[in-house]
Design a protein around this ligand. Sequence first.
Ligand code: HEC
Length: 121
Amino acid sequence: MKNTFLMMAVLFFSMNSFAGDIAKGKKIFKKVNCALCHNKDAMGKAKNGKVALLKGPQIAGLDEAYIVEQVTAIQGKKRKTKNTSMMYAKIKKLTPAEIKDIAAYVHSLSKTRHVGMLQTK
Ligand code: HEC
């Protein structure tokens, strides 16, 4: 009995630490104004794949793990192009938990999976 309880507690906490909170993510998306460059529906402002400083690519429907990875990389300047500096300025203060929440929300915005710029499949 005690063990079952312990198992459930462990499961609960591990689930919490892996999954982002969509509702919280929605608020952060608004606060940071990701829509400025990625559009309100996160479908992107880049026309015909032409990404620019204020014209981000589609991010709706990207894999959650990919979103976390790329936002973290842009924040840590591991991913740096001529177009990442503005996004960097906007997201530099996000915590890892906030990035997870935002990833859950952005992922949920499209029912069809979207393949990221740095993904091959
Ligand atoms: C000032 C404009 C701007 C803002 C604000 C912005 N981004 Fe971006 N974002 C970009 C641009 C431009 C790129 C493409 C960078 C490159 O590769 O050159 C990008 C790339 C990305 C990528 C990687 C896409 C891929 O296919 O690899 C993700 C994920 C992303 N942004 C998420 C977000 C989220 C979430 C927010 C809000 C917290 C946000 N961005 C705010 C401009 C912006």
